[in-house]
Ligand binder design. Structure first.
Ligand code: SAH
Ligand code: SF4
Ligand code: F3S
Length: 448
């Protein structure tokens, strides 16, 4: 069997970066990545189970793989559905021969050797690793913005969420290894880094240096060569003012905080076991709004959690008016296996969940239209990420994490990877349009 593999990934940025690490480890062992499942001997599917829909997609896709990609292949299910369903996957999709969760990826090459030696079914489902999955070989997909995991797993127990079951307990990397990897990324030409963790700000350095998250953030931000440092996702309970102070003092730290609230009602927050009240959440918003820099705030909301009344829902809409989030992810509550909320009283009917979802979506859209329009005329620095040839526009991203599509008179120059000042000329709810502000400072040359 030749050593070609194909990998497809669903889910959050942690999953995306896990796949980058898996690819790196496999390349290092002499495997070769190919573009289609048809060309591959090994087909890996890195899965997400955050909502039921995502999970259903997995089995559907596994069937399609089988139908379309020919016989004699090895199918491996990785990620959160693998961890959650374990050996049950073999029963539901008998063509699968490997099931492995994220805590066992460092053993992936050994698992493949066992399959090559003739074992029919191999699993990696243990959480006994203390260590986070670190590898010097991650093969990053994006040459400009690099993901860097600093903490894995989750020690919280929100009533609706599978992550503590699918990713295991929290494990932080040492500050030394995080700094070393960030330096190496900067040395190899990356100018933007995104620190990752399910709760990135729950980071606790296990080494004697004992840095907290704010210290780590500031130190990463001081690494020569880095222009932008982002971090996601922050849990409100562990969001301390030092993080805002670090942003204020360190120019490379981006003007953006993603702070999922989930609901604007304290009683729903209590039922969700989020470990903060609305008042405590608002204190954090206040710190962010009082920062010297203009920091964009984004969030996640779940509508239709069991027992959510019309009044609770109205509280959430009020919260959106008060905070004026730059953008948000609005999820319909989805009952998940093993979670406390699954057996809670007063489930909200699906149609009602859908109705609230639409109302919230429209409510937020109006806020975004209003807030975005205030940006017309402003000059924002963008990191250029791509080009839309059909529209003759470049695609840039602001420090606040907004997309800003812009025109530039030098059509034959490759601007991707550079930083440029751009004047906003039009503003929609989700993206901005502008023109390069040519009398501004020149971009730095692309180093990658
Ligand atoms: N650790 C982060 C969020 C990780 S999961 C935090 O606590 O903020 C990403 C988002 O998925 C969550 O913020 C939540 O809004 C959503 N989510 C998680 N479980 C869900 C469920 N059962 N139904 C609907 N949305 C869910
Ligand atoms: Fe899930 Fe809550 Fe952990 Fe976030 S903090 S990953 S929502 S259990
Ligand atoms: Fe999905 Fe697992 Fe991420 S459930 S959102 S891939 S942690």
């Amino acid at each position: 069997m030749d050593k070609t593999f194909y990998i497809e990934t669903f889910g959050c940025q942690m999953n995306a970066h896990d796949s980058e690490k898996v690819v790196g480890v496999l390349l290092e062992k002499g495997y070769r990545e190919v573009e289609t499942p048809q060309d591959a001997s090994y087909i890996f599917y890195n899965t997400c189970s955050i909502r039921d829909k995502a999970e259903q997609k997995v089995f559907h896709r596994l069937d399609t793989f089988k139908r379309e990609s020919g016989k004699g292949k090895v199918f491996g299910v990785l990620g959160c559905v693998a961890q959650q369903e374990g050996e049950k996957i073999f029963a539901r999709a008998p063509h699968v021969s490997l099931v492995a969760g994220s805590a066992s990826y460092s053993k992936l090459p050994q698992m493949l050797v066992r399959l090559e030696a003739g074992e029919k079914r191999v699993t990696g489902l243990k959480f006994d690793e203390q260590e986070a999955f670190e590898t010097p070989f991650a093969r990053r997909d994006n040459p400009y913005r690099a993901y860097l995991t600093i903490i894995e797993g989750c020690d919280k127990s929100c009533a609706y969420c599978v992550v503590p079951f699918t990713r295991g307990p929290e494990r932080s990397r040492t500050s030394h290894s995080v700094i070393a990897e960030a330096r190496q990324l900067a040395d190899s030409g990356y100018t933007e880094i995104q620190l990752l963790g399910q709760n990135v700000n729950s980071y606790r350095d296990p080494s004697p240096a004992a840095w907290d998250f704010a210290t780590l953030l500031a130190r990463v931000g001081e690494i020569p060569g880095l222009r932008r440092v982002r971090f996601t996702t922050s849990h409100p309970r562990d969001f301390v003012k030092d993080i805002i102070d670090a942003i204020d003092q360190t120019p490379t730290l981006c003007n953006h905080v993603h702070l999922p609230v989930q609901s604007g009602s304290t009683s729903v927050l209590a039922a969700m076991q989020r470990q903060y009240t609305l008042e405590e959440y608002m204190l954090r918003i206040d710190w962010i709004k009082k920062a010297r820099r203009n920091i964009a705030i984004t969030t996640d909301i779940i509508v239709g959690f069991p027992g959510e009344t019309e009044r609770d829902f109205a509280d959430t809409l009020n919260l959106l008016d008060t905070v004026e989030y730059d953008s948000l992810f609005n999820f319909k509550y989805s009952p998940r296996p093993n979670t406390a909320a699954r057996s809670m009283a007063d489930p909200i009917p699906e149609a009602e969940i859908a109705r609230r979802h639409v109302i919230l979506q429209e409510h937020q859209r109006a806020i975004q239209i209003r807030c975005s329009s205030l940006l017309v005329g402003a000059v924002e620095e963008v990191h250029v990420e791509g080009r839309n040839k059909a529209l003759n526009q470049w695609i840039g991203r602001t420090s606040t994490n907004r997309t800003l599509n812009f025109t530039h008179p030098e059509t034959d120059r490759d601007l991707v990877g550079t930083y440029l000042p751009v004047q906003v000329t039009r503003a929609g709810p989700n993206s901005l349009v502008g023109a390069a502000a040519l009398d501004g400072s020149e971009s730095i040359p692309r180093v990658v």
